[in-house]
Ligand binder design. Structure first.
Ligand code: HPA
Length: 280
């Protein structure tokens, strides 16, 4: 592929996507995190596009991550469902990590719903709980708007006061209550990874106000807000962060907890998609 990942290159990729897939009215983008597969009943599964065929950079695979973009359709509406995401810790550049979000925004998506796996920093948030993210701490050391992308695709200094849409968060609490389970709400502390945190870092993140810690999502949220999308992030606290109990952490443990709590998360996402994207 000769297209380069520049603002103009991404606009061309969006035009090409529209021509080849005729997605109609793209309502939103759903991103599934580690080990979490999303389904959207009521919507018909359309094409499954390999990220490597869509985006002009090499895709590196990781256990639990598929790297596809599926087009779900309902009449003239469509939803883009991304399985797997790109992480800074894999060596992807910021503009690569957020390329699918920007592509969705260029195609007209107004809402980003993202799920992720996290470590819990708060003893009250037990492993297996769901957390509605209310705000974040960007401790990853970089920002997707640095460089040419900021001024090209939106305001250079976007406001982040209500980055996590209060109305969507409220809908998430109501949908969870209707499904018969409670969800926590709290701040997502984003670190680069891929090593898990040390116990001292976990104490620091807790003191800074973090409820959960993870290695993803914040670049996508910043890029989405920059382009005017409303954002909802649901975290699965898959393990207590390091030092909260005495056991060492493993990626397998994170994936296993993801599978166990995936039913609740899928149920929640299903209910939310129904209320956030009503048929019109
Ligand atoms: N720390 C950082 N990221 C994570 C963790 C953790 O404990 N669990 C799942 N993702």
């Amino acid at each position: 592929m000769t297209t380069r990942l520049t603002p103009d290159g991404l606009r061309r990729i969006a035009d090409e996507f529209s021509r080849s897939h005729s997605p109609g009215r793209v309502r939103g983008l759903l991103i599934a995190g580690s080990g979490l597969t999303l389904e959207v009943p009521g919507w018909e599964v359309g094409e499954v596009v390999a990220m490597g065929d869509l985006l002009p950079f090499p895709i590196r695979s990781l256990a639990g991550h598929d790297h596809t973009l599926t087009v779900w359709r309902r009449g003239v509406d469509s939803l883009l469902v991304m399985n797997g995401r790109f992480h800074l810790y894999q060596g992807y550049a910021q503009e690569e990590v957020v390329a699918p979000v920007r592509l969705a925004a260029l195609l007209g998506a107004e809402v980003l719903i993202a799920t992720n796996a996290t470590g819990s920093l708060d003893p009250e948030v037990e492993a297996g709980s769901l957390v509605v993210v209310s705000d974040h701490l960007n401790l990853q050391g970089s920002n997707p708007l640095a460089g040419v992308w900021g001024p090209e695709l939106g305001p250079q200094f976007p406001d982040m006061t209500e980055a996590y849409d209060p109305e969507l968060r409220e809908l998430a609490h109501r949908a969870a209550a209707a499904a018969g389970f409670t969800v926590h709400e709290g701040v997502y502390a984003a670190v680069l990874g891929p090593s898990f945190e040390t116990p001292a870092e976990v104490r620091m993140l807790r003191q800074l106000g973090g409820a959960v810690v993870g290695m993803s999502t914040v670049p996508e949220v910043i890029a989405a807000r920059h382009m005017g999308m409303r954002v909802l992030v649901l975290s699965l606290a898959s393990n207590p962060a390091a030092g909260i109990n005495q056991y060492p952490l493993s990626h397998e443990e994170v994936l296993a907890a993801g599978h166990e709590a995936a039913d609740r998360l899928r149920d929640l996402v299903r209910r939310l998609v129904a209320v956030i994207f009503p048929e019109s």
